[in-house]
Every structure is written in structure tokens, then in C-alpha cells.
Design a protein around this ligand. Sequence first.
Ligand SMILES: Cc1cc2nc3c(=O)[nH]c(=O)nc-3n(C[C@H](O)[C@H](O)[C@H](O)COP(=O)(O)OP(=O)(O)OC[C@H]3O[C@@H](n4cnc5c(N)ncnc54)[C@H](O)[C@@H]3O)c2cc1C
Length: 565
Amino acid sequence: MLLLDPNKHERHYSDKRSREIMIKTIKFFENKGKVKLKEDDRNRVWYDDFLEFVKENKLFYELLTPSDYGEKGCRWDTWRNCEFNEILAFYGLHYWYTWQVSILGLGPIWMSHNIGEKQRAAKLLKEGHVFAFGLSEREHGADVYSTEMSLTPQPDGTYLANGEKYYIGNGNKAEMVSTFGKMSDNGDYVFFSANYSHKNYELVKNVVNSQSYVADFILRDYPVTENEILSRGQDAWDSALNTINVGKYNLGWASIGICTHAFYEAINHAANRVLYGMRITDFPHVSQMFVDAYSRLTAMKLFALRASDYMRAASPDDRRYLLYNPTVKMKVTTQGEEVINLLWNVIAAKGFEMDTYFEMAARDIRALPKLEGTVHVNIALIVKFMANYFFNPQQYPPLGTQDQPVDDSFLFNQGPTRGLGKIKFHDYSLAYNLYELPNIEIFKEQITCLKEFLAAATPDAEQQRNTDFLLSLGEMFTLVVYGQLILENARIYNLEESLVDQIFDFMVRDFSGFALTLYGKPSTSDTQMDYLFKMIKKPAVDNVRFGKVWNEQVLTLKDLYEMKP
Ligand SMILES: Cc1cc2nc3c(=O)[nH]c(=O)nc-3n(C[C@H](O)[C@H](O)[C@H](O)COP(=O)(O)OP(=O)(O)OC[C@H]3O[C@@H](n4cnc5c(N)ncnc54)[C@H](O)[C@@H]3O)c2cc1C
């Protein structure tokens, strides 16, 4: 089984310590227990116990310090960081969030040429500190170009920082807040470290109502020396975007962790509840919702795992991860919402109860598509790759699972963020030809039709400028990329064919749904409508396949896991 089961940790690690980290973390939460977990969530208690555990076991130090700056055992290894992400969110998004914003805060530091700041970060990590990423501003949202935080040179060669940052996680505790701004004299971008405890760092408030601290802070004549400058100009800009490239990937894992725990709670409840003399799970619509939720969750995990392989194998000559990472961000996280919707429709009132994990899941799953660039911002990015993906493939050597215990040093050396339209991809049809299954065949027809649409009914200049039109088209393209990596990994993980075909049952339905949406857009032409109409298809019906997935893979999850009280 692909899903995380805290009672039976089976993930492969080639070193003992990585496995120990995961099992220890699971134990920490299980010992804390569901009652206390929920109580702390309700009372919005700052997670000191968790941070103390992290400090004692040097977890962030080992997981987030590149080997050049840490002792033996330290490395930035996406293979194990994926699972750590998943485990934290499995127990609560807020525990994940303090880790996530530490990752973001460390991005501009590890990408910097400032050795002193890197050594300071490693020392702070060893001492158990958290980090923060000060990019967003209240007025500007996704428009980072309009950043107002400014750094003014002083006659003695130092600088004074002035400005406000908003939505900054860990901004209440981080000794190094990687803060993005502009030089007041020449407008160059700059990243510098600020310390939350300095008297000129005014912590205004927590802008959210939760266990996390998402800070509004103001720097008033905050003194900065050359020692705290992390990067300038193009380097500073690139490290902002390259940090988000790393961070946004983790959001998918948070969705996977949340959905997995919610799934266990939902199936335990539904399969043990009897109405009108029958189990809820005997209703056909309930089994349909569970099979859909399970197939979607499995697909989320297959995709995110495969995207990690491409991220770990990335180099200046292979930047395919720049398509797959935003796909994790926008597709996996929105699929997470879909999974929770399906499960909630089954468990209904139970999902509101204050002693369930589900109640938190239903609230928190909404956050992930909206943070670090909204779904729209990411689709707008994804469509830039569409032409090369469909019409200009390139050969790459085959890529296996990247689970080796090494540093992912390229992530901190990604280079310029330009030239996205030039990135080439391997032929997607290789993955689609790995299987001969009815729903994959139907999905392939849909892809062919989409390609014909792009070639023969190409969106005109006005449509290409219209983000509403482009976003719907982007959803269809994203689904092709999503399916490709799912299939690559289904083969690697030797997934049951019945489940693979069941996954493509929802893929065909989703593709049809997006085609219908684009069909209905005001500017869609008659020719385009003809193509889109042909893309609306029904999945292959196979009750035997469905029954196999339901009875052998989904119902068997009943009573497999329940968090300790
Ligand atoms: C709980 C929480 C924690 C956060 N933590 C941090 C943190 O630690 N550090 C940090 O720096 N930031 C943080 N953020 C900020 C977060 O990343 C931004 O909120 C997010 O990037 C989106 O900005 P916005 O919500 O202001 O939306 P806006 O940027 O105002 O967007 C409004 C609308 O315009 C659309 N839009 C904008 N630009 C484009 C585009 N180019 N293409 C297509 N559509 C577009 C958006 O999709 C959206 O629908 C956090 C936010 C929250 C709520």
C-alpha cells in the first residue's frame, strides 16, 4: 500500500537514521495523543512541545542543513524531506507550517554567497531555532515587483531598512528572517537577514487565528550591515523565485498527509456505522465516493513522489522540474480539497465533531492551494511549457527512483529563472504507452484531440491574453502532465492495474469537465467548440474492476489506523 500507515512504517531508506527520524516523529505525535492535539489546536497553543522535540533530536538541523555546513548526518535530501512533510501534516498543518516556513527562510540563505550567514544559519539550526521568509507585503500579494521594503545606504557603509512585511510565518521567533526588499538608491532587489528580537523590529500582530504565528512586522530604521546581506540584484530576485520553487513542492505533501489521516477516520466511521440495518459503506454512492477519494489520493502521492525524482535529478541541462513542481502545487493541493469534499459527504455530521482530526482537515486543506502563489499564478506558469511539451519533445536518459542519501545541492544553485519557454521535456506518450487499459485509451483520445485543437484551432492572440480562457486550457494541459507522471510511477511502484485504470476513470471525467468549461467560455470559437465537444467522454464502465478496488484496496483500510487518544 502506498499510503502512510503510522503503525507500519515501511518506507525504504538506505540509512538507519532517516528511518529513525520518521519513526521518532510519529511516536512524538502518537504519545501526544489526539485529545491533546485537538485541545492545542482549539486553544491556539504555540507548538513549543514540538519545537522542543525538534531541538532535542536536532531534526531541522539534520534535515535542512546541506552537508557542507553541517556535521555528519546533515543533508538536504528531498526523498526524506517528502516523508517528513507528510508526517507533520498527517498530525496537523500547523506543525508542518513552522517547518515549511523555515525551509522558505533557509532558501535565500543556502542560495547566498554569504558564507558567514550560512554558518550562522547552521549554528542556529543546531540550537533548534526556526526560520522565516519575509517576501509578502500586505498591499502587493503575488506582485513581488512592487515590493516596498527598502534598504538605504548610510555614509558609514551600513544600511537602514524600513518597511512592513505581512503574512510572515515564524516572524515572531526567527533570529534570521530572510527579508526581501529594494535598494532605495538604485531600485535593485536585495535579500537581508533581520532578527525578530531587535528593538527596531516591531512585531505588530499575528494576522491569523491559529496555532501558527503569521506575522505582520515593521522594520523602522532597522540597522543592516554588509554581513547580513544575502544577495542583491538579479541574484536576489532569482533566489526569491527559486526558493518558492523548492517550497511550493511541499504544499502537495501537506495535502497528502492531511487527506491520508482524514481517510482513515472516514473509513473507520463509515464502515462501522449501521443505518436501516446496513453499513453505510453498502450504499453504492458511498463506495463510489470512497473509491474516488482513494484513487485521487493514490494519484496525488504517485505524482508528488515522481516529481521528487525530477527535482533531485535536476541540473542546468534538465529543468523539467520547473513544470512538475507547480503541478504538485496546484494540482495535488486542489485534488486534496476534492478528496476531503468526497470524504466529508460520506461522514457528514461526524466531520464537525471537535474531537476528530477531520474537523481540522476540512479547515486546513483549503489553505494549500492558496499559499505560495495561488492556483491561478501556477497555471499561468504551467502554460508557458505547453508548446514544447506537446510539439517539441527531447530525449532524456531514463530516470529511476531518486532515493539515494545525498544532498540536493542543485536546488540552491538553480541559476537564472529565465528561459522557461526553452525547457524541453521527454515524450509524454512513452508513459501513456506503458499500459493498455480501457480508461487510459480513452484519455489518450482526449489528449490527441487537445493537441489537434492546439494545432488547428490555436487560441488567437486575444484568447492568449485572456487569463480566464487560458486558465481553463491550462487545467486540461495540467491533467496530461499529471497523468504522465502518475503512470511513470505506477509502473515503478508496480501498482495494481485495476487501480491504475480506476485512476484514469476520474481523469477522463475531469478532462471532460474542463473541456465543457472551456466550451462555455464567451470567446470560444465554433471550430474550437467542435474540438472541445469531441473531448467530452465517458469512462469505461467495469464493475469487476471497481469491485476489486473497493473490496481489496479500500474497504481493507477499515480499522487499520486510529490515532491514540
Ligand atoms: C496563512 C498564510 C501564511 C503565509 N505565509 C507566508 C510566509 O511565510 N512568507 C511570505 O512571504 N508569504 C506568506 N504568505 C503569503 C501568501 O504566499 C500569499 O497570500 C499568496 O502568495 C497570494 O497572495 P494574495 O493572497 O495576496 O493574493 P493576490 O496576489 O492578491 O491575488 C489575488 C488574485 O489575483 C490572482 N493573480 C495574481 N497574480 C496573478 C498572475 N500572475 N496570474 C494569474 N492570476 C494572478 C490570484 O490568483 C488571485 O486570485 C502567507 C499567507 C497566508 C494566508
